[in-house]
Design a protein around this ligand. Sequence first.
Ligand SMILES: C[S@@+](CC[C@H](N)C(=O)[O-])C[C@H]1O[C@@H](n2cnc3c(N)ncnc32)[C@H](O)[C@@H]1O
Length: 225
Amino acid sequence: MTDNILRTLVALYDPLPLSDRFFVRTRLFLSNLYQLESYVPKEGRILDIGCGHGLLSNLLAITSPQRQVLGIDIDAKKIAAAQSTVSNRSNIQFKVGDAAVLPDTSFHAVTIADVMYLIPPDIQRAILTSIACALEPNGVLIWKTHSHRPQWKYTITYAQEWLMTKLGPTKGAGIFFMDSEESLQAIRNAGLDPTVVPMPSRRPYSDILFLGCKSNKNSPSQYES
Ligand SMILES: C[S@@+](CC[C@H](N)C(=O)[O-])C[C@H]1O[C@@H](n2cnc3c(N)ncnc32)[C@H](O)[C@@H]1O
């Protein structure tokens, strides 16, 4: 990710109040969201679930004008902030929406970054199945979350997320990190071929990325036990 792109991304938030600008810069600094971009097809319809202020959605839209990006989030305030970054760009839009009720459209990729663990596991599994149904053949799920290992990073991650949901600005039903095996199995059960992408970093978070590819032959019923 070049400095130029990061500058362009941050500048989109210049019209927002100081508190939003601070939040967005901190999020960008503390996360490695930019690493997700390379796994997203350069063109096609992209759904970013739980987009928050729209950092990842905006990154995807500015790095390739051939992407048509839709960001959804349950938090109407965050969506209003994200909408105020759009200006006259035509390849991005933001809407209030719940991960449990996906838009009635197909997508070439679905990103979901640091969102699933705010949702109870049974609903996470149902969402993965809906994502698999919404993906075009050869479409891809890009799911960033946190692993239970290493333990010390997981403890810091959990504590931070707990604070963000109890005292901070993150809306969610609680904290429900599935372990890596459960996540991989849930992706398989949804009918996607999973891959794990480790995200080692010097940050004190246990980031991990799961990809789920929809091949033409898979369907959820093949994997249901
Ligand atoms: C930690 S933030 C991550 C935001 C963004 N994906 C990012 O990486 O910067 C989690 C987001 O998930 C959203 N969220 C929680 N539950 C959701 C749900 N059921 N449907 C859609 N969004 C949800 C929250 O409102 C919040 O904006």
